[in-house]
Structure formats: structure tokens, C-alpha cells
Design a protein around this ligand. Structure first.
Ligand code: OFO
Length: 173
């Protein structure tokens, strides 16, 4: 059993994960339009990962007997100056998500909600990887600057990214 306050906070995070998915799906189409097929793949994989995150929250809430709510989502931005711009905005967004996950964990500790603490641990670890991936890409993109050849090399690397669903997670897509 989880408290009403906790279920509302988790529901908010569930919707934020869905927003993240939509954000990266739009970025995938922007990258495609820029001619960066590898980056389009990278963002599409990111989109699929976020759907898994969304489904993890959905499953946890329904397993706890909570009826979810899905308020209308906010607009997803679809204008970016460059690949660097997109990855910088990705990092900024992931830093917000990290702080939301930390707030949720703190709430679970305060409420002595051990089940939710355990559930959130996966996300705490996941956020380290998410931010780290973005920082790596930003560093590389800054190194190459406006050099088209360099950007295409990075685009090629981004095209290698594969979607690997976490063990035991619901396969939503
Ligand atoms: Fe779900 O980690 Fe990104 O947003």
C-alpha cells in the first residue's frame, strides 16, 4: 500500500517520463531532417527507453492498486539549432529528471515507504548513465565544432546505439 501523496507524486513522474519519450521522438525527427540519421537513431532509442520508464511507473502504480491519471501533456519543442543544441537540451532535461527522482526517493524515505524506495533505486542508477552519455556527446561535439566531417563521425557512432530493454521490463514498443 502506498500513500495518496506518494501515488500522486509517482503519477506525476510517470507523466514526466512520457513527456521525455515525446521530447526524444520529436528530436529524432529533427535530427532526421538535418540529415543526421545516426542521431535520429540515437534519439529513437532514447524514446523507446523512456517508454520503458513510463511503463515501469505505470506497472508499479497499478500493482499498488492505484488508478492512474493522465492530464493533457504540454507542448513538445521542435526547433533546434544543431545537434549540440539538442544534446545540451537533453542533458538539461535529464538533470531535471534526476532531481525529480531524488525528491521522490526523499519522500519515500520520509514516509518509510520501503517498497517505493526499492522501486526507485533502478531510476537513481539509470540517471547517472543518462547524464553521463549526454556529457560524453557534448564533449565530443564541442571538440569538432562546426567541422562537418567530425559531426558525421559522431553521427555514425550515434547510429550504432541499440535498444536493449532492461531485464523483466514491460516491452511497450
Ligand atoms: Fe526516464 O530518464 Fe530520461 O527522462
Amino acid at each position: 500500500m502506498i500513500s495518496k501523496k506518494m501515488s500522486e507524486s509517482l503519477n506525476t513522474q510517470m507523466n514526466l517520463e512520457l513527456f521525455s519519450a515525446h521530447l526524444y521522438l520529436v528530436m529524432s525527427s529533427c535530427a532526421n531532417e538535418m540529415g543526421l540519421k545516426g542521431a535520429a537513431n540515437w534519439f529513437f532509442v532514447q524514446y523507446r527507453e523512456e517508454i520503458i520508464h513510463f511503463m515501469k511507473f505505470y506497472t508499479y502504480l497499478t500493482d499498488q492498486g492505484v488508478v492512474i491519471s493522465m492530464p493533457a501533456g504540454k507542448d513538445v519543442p521542435n526547433k533546434y539549432k544543431s545537434l549540440l543544441d539538442m544534446i545540451q537540451k537533453t542533458l538539461g532535461h535529464e538533470q531535471i529528471i534526476t532531481s525529480c527522482i531524488n525528491d521522490l526517493s526523499e519522500q519515500a524515505v520520509k514516509e518509510k515507504d520501503h517498497a517505493t524506495q526499492i522501486f526507485l533505486q533502478w531510476f537513481v542508477t539509470e540517471q547517472i548513465e543518462e547524464e553521463n552519455n549526454d556529457r560524453d556527446l557534448i564533449a565530443k561535439l564541442k571538440l569538432v565544432g562546426d567541422n562537418g566531417h567530425g559531426i558525421l563521425m559522431i553521427d555514425g557512432e550515434m547510429g550504432q546505439r541499440l535498444f536493449v530493454p532492461p531485464v523483466g521490463s514491460p516491452l511497450a514498443v
